[in-house]
Design a binder for this molecule. Structure first.
Ligand code: G6P
Length: 608
């Protein structure tokens, strides 16, 4: 998720590196750094925080002379977002500087080995082993040292390397992390994506896994793991700068919707081992739940709705009462909270003011706090007693999508984990549930693939005066988030109602052709929701139902359909929300709205 950039040419490198890093900032922005080579001297500048601080520190690059360099913007995985952990990292002899995007899976073993050989580590990162390996293998030829180093690495890496013995050269290596070379005139570049290159050149070479590149100002040479040279054909970038930033998608929101299978997978994969849910990050392990008599979930916006969706699994599997409370309400409610309360705080950004305040209020009353948060090193993550990260990656569109699905996913995993810890779930049951959880990324992808009709449904519904979303139980929780998505980006009046409540007032609003979006994904209460659909239909409503493909009963009464794949309803919210996100997206598009930056909203709400 980090961004890397490299430059060699006849101009000053630092301003070009800083400009490239700004373009890559969406990939990560907790710390940043550049290493610039002036003749044989490498100078490194790093900051904790944004690129703007790095620009300030280096007077927009003017204070760092040299025409060759590498840069990095970080989204921390191994090691806190500190200046020490920021890239570039230097070898002990000062000869090499490197930047890295990816994860070195065998770094612990390598670190032990290098420590044994006397190498001194300055950071907690997995990356630092690479630079010490380079020093160890260097015998006067950088390419050979790189190949020998790469042979020792397991995991994913896009690397940028400079060596003080070779002023004017930059090296790049790719293995399962993106890396693109840019061909200029009297200058050459590499970067994690084309965003950072298009201001300088549109001629690029896409490196493949296992390829190494040596760049000087007038040549690019690519070679394989045996050192054999490979002839690569350059491609021409046709995208405009903005499109490149969005990876080819028209909007960040659409890109992020499509990234959900991968984001949920990244959130689940490290935490399920041999049929068990494991949370290595919970320092007290399963004891987190011991003695807990009440669970409170608190959050704002979609994170609150994620809590509403997760409550069902949490209550069912732990048999502990769960209350979901808006953070802005909780903080002033004189809440009944004590040391036997576990407060789960959910926040994508980790910086939402009300959420932080509610969390502090709960801590002061003696509760333990567990944060489910996406941004590494954020305030919520830092002040919680326990922190579980959603590995959704940076989310740029203001309306959250992959943030929400990964939050719900973590709540599912916590439910199973706590249920097992409390002795309410046996080994076999846990195995069955973890099997289902591991299927979720694939099922989310199916939720995308099963609904090609959404753009035309959006044309039908985009100019409605209002949209009502109805559902029961988990379907109701998802309806709340579905309606919020619609409001946020399309500006249509959209409200969610518990289907059983319709006849206590809302049904008065139903008239001829009023669209009602009915969520029917919970078999145990399907008949009940079906009755509500019939009730609104007999008053003239147009029903768009969200259900399973083979659900004949619903298929025969609804006017239009959205589908999800077959999935255990306790864990179905993450598949149900996806067609509703896409519907909101396409309705907003029909209405010509600014989808990524809706009016009056902000991604991170740091004021009360
Ligand atoms: C803003 C965002 C929402 C988000 C909410 C809570 O309103 O637009 O997408 O759900 O804040 O943000 P958090 O970062 O705490 O999850």
């Amino acid at each position: 998720m980090c961004g890397i950039v490299g430059y060699t040419g006849t101009q000053d490198a630092a301003p070009i590196l800083l400009d490239g890093l700004k373009k890559l900032e969406y990939r990560g922005y907790d710390s940043a750094g550049i290493a610039v080579m002036d003749h044989n001297i490498i100078s490194v500048n790093k900051v904790k925080g944004r690129i703007v601080s790095l620009s300030e520190k280096t007077s927009d690059g003017a204070s760092v002379p040299g025409t060759t360099g590498i840069g990095h913007t970080r989204w921390a995985t191994h090691g806190a977002p500190t200046e020490e952990n920021a890239h570039p990292h230097l070898s002990n002899d000062g000869r090499f500087a490197i930047v890295h995007n990816g994860i070195i899976e065998n770094y612990m073993a390598l670190r032990e080995e290098l420590l044994g050989d006397g190498y001194v580590f300055q950071s907690e990162t997995d990356t630092e082993v690479i630079v010490h390996l380079l020093e160890m293998y260097y015998r006067g030829n950088v390419r050979d040292a790189l190949i020998r180093t790469a042979n020792r690495l397991q995991g994913s890496y896009a690397l940028g390397v400079i060596c003080s013995e070779e002023p004017g050269s930059i090296y790049a290596v790719r293995e399962k992390s993106p890396l693109i070379l840019g061909l200029g005139i009297d200058e050459n570049f590499f970067a994690s994506d084309v965003t950072a290159l298009v201001n300088h050149t549109r001629n690029v070479i896409y490196l493949e896994d296992g390829e190494f590149a040596e760049l000087t100002c007038d040549a690019i040479r690519v070679f394989d793991v045996t050192g054999r040279e490979i002839i690569k054909t350059p491609s021409r970038i046709l995208w405009d700068v903005q499109a490149a930033e969005k990876g080819g998608y028209e909007h960040f929101m659409l890109k992020e919707i499509m990234e959900q299978p991968a984001a949920v997978k990244a959130t689940i994969a490290p935490r399920i081992r041999e049929g068990e849910v494991v949370f290595d990050e919970l320092k007290d392990g399963p004891a987190v739940i011991s003695g807990v008599r009440k669970i409170i979930i608190t959050a704002c916006g979609s994170a609150y709705y994620a809590g509403c969706a997760g409550k069902y699994a949490l209550e069912k599997l732990t048999r502990i009462p769960v209350e979901v409370v808006l953070a802005s309400e909780l903080r002033y409610s004189d809440p009944l909270i004590d040391k036997d309360t576990l407060v789960i705080v959910i926040s994508q950004s980790g910086e939402t003011a009300d959420t932080i305040a509610a969390m502090r209020e709960c801590s002061e009353r003696g509760a333990r706090t567990l944060a489910v948060v996406n941004v590494v090193g954020s305030t919520v993550a830092n002040i919680a007693d326990y922190t579980v990260y959603t590995w959704a990656g940076p989310e740029i569109a203001v309306a959250t999508t992959k943030g929400y699905t990964t939050q719900v996913t973590v709540l599912y995993m916590l439910s199973v984990y706590f249920g097992r810890a409390l002795g309410l779930i046996g080994e076999d049951q846990e195995k069955e549930m973890t099997d289902t959880l591991q299927q979720l990324p694939r099922l989310i992808q199916q939720s995308i693939d099963l609904n090609p009709a959404i753009p035309s449904l959006a044309k039908k519904y985009h100019d409605s005066k209002a949209l009502f979303f109805i559902g029961r139980n988990t379907d109701y929780a998802v309806a709340l988030e579905g309606a919020l998505k619609m409001k946020e980006i399309s500006y249509l009046h959209a409200e969610a109602y518990a289907a059983g409540e319709l006849k206590h007032g809302t049904i008065a609003l139903i008239e001829e052709h009023q669209p009602v979006i009915a969520l029917c994904c919970n078999p145990s209460i399907m008949e009940k929701t079906l009755s509500n659909i019939v009730e609104v239909k007999s008053r003239g409503a147009e029903v768009l139902a969200l259900t399973f493909r083979n659900n004949q009963k619903i298929l025969s009464v609804a006017d239009d359909l959205l589908f999800i794949p077959d999935v255990e309803s306790l864990f179905s919210a993450v598949t149900e929300i996806v067609p509703l996100q896409l519907l909101a997206y396409h309705v907003a598009k029909e209405n010509g709205c600014d989808i990524d930056k809706p009016k009056n909203l902000a991604k991170s709400v740091t004021v009360e």
